[in-house]
Design a protein around this ligand. Structure first.
Ligand SMILES: Cc1cc2nc3c(=O)[nH]c(=O)nc-3n(C[C@H](O)[C@H](O)[C@H](O)COP(=O)(O)O)c2cc1C
Length: 171
């Protein structure tokens, strides 16, 4: 049986009905310059060993640079961090700092950037990279991770728009 053709626009529309969290995957290139990409395909992979994954497109310019360090850090965005979401999804600004211009980031243990105000971060060593159609499936071995105290909302991407999910009030 041959595979039925799937219209790419329909594919995007249907997958857009699956709400995802929003992360920014960050890292340093060989010269120590920071890079970051807005990523919705983040997934928890394994508890023992602790593995997480995400899928950068084959056309990603930042992923090959981040990969130079052998590490990356996943930053989980809070509701209201729309500016960071779009900043790391658009063309980087010209200059030394690129997408990080004006962002007050600090270093995770690997050196990869932790962005301000995120509700969690997961610092990883690259464990494996495999082909997945027009994307790569990157699996990271978790080195260190942390979450914010009492985080009560998160960013969600649904039908092409940024939305949010909030904790219900305590009953
Ligand atoms: C909410 C959201 C989720 C995204 N998820 C992914 C993803 O999982 N994989 C991917 O390759 N691009 C994803 N993108 C698109 C990239 O952020 C965008 O193409 C970016 O410009 C890539 O940067 P680069 O070429 O510097 O790597 C997403 C964009 C948004 C707004």
């Amino acid at each position: 049986m041959s595979d039925a053709p799937i219209d790419p626009r329909h594919f995007r529309n249907v997958l857009g009905h699956f709400p995802t969290g929003v992360t920014v995957v960050t890292g340093l290139d060989a010269s120590g310059k920071p890079h970051g990409i807005t990523i919705g395909s983040f997934v928890s992979v394994s508890l023992d060993p602790p593995l997480v994954g995400f899928l950068p497109g084959l056309s990603s310019r930042s992923w090959p640079l981040i990969a130079q360090s052998g590490s990356f850090c996943v930053n989980i965005l809070a509701a209201g961090q729309d500016e960071l979401c779009w900043r790391f999804a658009k063309e980087p600004a010209e200059g030394e700092d690129g997408r990080f211009g004006g962002v007050d980031w600090k270093k995770a243990p690997s050196g990869s950037p932790i962005l301000p105000g995120v509700i969690g971060w997961i610092d990883c060593r690259i464990d494996s990279v495999s082909d997945a159609g027009d994307h790569l499936f990157v699996v990271g071995r978790v080195q260190q991770m942390e979450h914010a105290e009492n985080a009560d909302d998160a960013m969600v991407f649904f039908r092409g728009k940024v939305a949010s999910v909030a904790m219900p009030p305590a009953s």
